[in-house]
Design a protein around this ligand. Sequence first.
Ligand SMILES: Nc1ncnc2c1ncn2[C@@H]1O[C@H](COP(=O)(O)OP(=O)(O)OP(=O)(O)O)[C@@H](O)[C@H]1O
Length: 453
Amino acid sequence: MSNLPAAPQGRILAIDDDPGLLQNFALCLEDAGYRVNTATRLQEGMKLAASQPFHVCLLDRDIAGDSGLDALPRLRELAPGLRVIMVTAHSHVEDAVRAIAEGAADYLVKPCSPAQLRIAVARQLDTLDLLSRLETLERQQPRQASTLQSNSPAMSEVLAVARQVARTDANVLLLGESGTGKGVLANAIHGWSPRASRPLATVNCPSLSAELLESELFGHAKGSFTGATQSTQGRASHADGGTLFLDEVGDFPLALQPKLLRFVQDKEYERIGEPDTRRADVRIISATNRDLEAMVRDNSFRLDLLYRLNVISLVLPPLRDRREDLAALANGFVRRYANSYHLPARHLSEQALLRMQAYAWPGNVRELQNVIERAVILCTGEQIGPEHLALGGEPAPAGAGSGVGVGAPVSLETLERAHIEAVMAHAETLEAAARTLGIDGSTLYRKRKAYGL
Ligand SMILES: Nc1ncnc2c1ncn2[C@@H]1O[C@H](COP(=O)(O)OP(=O)(O)OP(=O)(O)O)[C@@H](O)[C@H]1O
């Protein structure tokens, strides 16, 4: 997801010391629907690139005594997602070729026609569009197991056992506070397992009513209940040969637990409305932040089911107990969000890192991710300082929310996420937040998951 408008409303930065040429570029590109900023000095252009999001930069080779070519590496450092088109005179085409070797995306030879200019810019915007789609697809793939690394003794131990267990078919129960990365670890275990080439199917247990959950998990025959106009195969069948991930298994309805128990034990089940017994060869990973033993004591979770799910249990440490990983995780999120929002590169200042080390992180990695995403968006310079973090009850940084007000140039998704976050912050319970939003609890649950709230 990008906070930049999609093409053709791309944002273009043109740096050239010839005001007449800049004006022509701006007119020609604005006519095509783009927003254009210009700079007649290199320094001025670099400042703009560091403080505002641009898709494409038209960079002259010689700018009033400064070399655009020499500035290229610094420009790419300031704005890693920016597509730079070198603009050069015919006699310097060899330099343009060198610029491409150093990371420019294309070059234009002066004088160029309006059509050439527009085609060159449109091509870069198409490439950005493709890159962003690729990124979205990659994010939807199970997380690469190799990205899960840790310098914390507590987390390293969990990862070592997880790798060992991954080789077997043993069912695994992941425990730990919300936002500690149970879902990420479930993906990794699947990725490390011999089942990695087969599907990983996830069922979010609290997001569905008991009836829908049964159908989601085991499928149903056409006509088996009102509205069942098509038969469905269910996640268990989809995961055949692979892994079934039962997220928030503590919310699995008691009435449905006997059917799940039979499936976990015998790998057998029936679709709703069908007598035939089916089989699915799945490895089950489940996760919860609830105390299942206490639930067994108050009869809301079956002991026999707990035994079956809990062949191996792994407890993910809260972020406050793995502070060795804070900087690496935070830097990874800074890079990710600067890239996905097409913003100039940002760095966490020493003071910001110190402030983060002193904070308790009750929402764990998910909270860290959200804090960094917001800081990356709100920070206008190169350095993210403590004032951009707004940690735990501190007031939000100046300008917070300014990018997501009604009517702001942001996607509906961004607006919805900000609204849900704000309503949840003021509501006493999640049920109350769902009521205010006019949606049911399971829809709120799905949206929280989708937006990482
Ligand atoms: N090691 C990691 N590297 C990068 N991102 C991570 C890591 N661990 C967790 N995250 C991110 O933190 C967020 C929370 O992770 P995840 O959903 O796996 O936590 P969880 O423990 O399953 O939370 P919940 O109990 O609320 O379902 C996700 O957006 C995830 O991508």
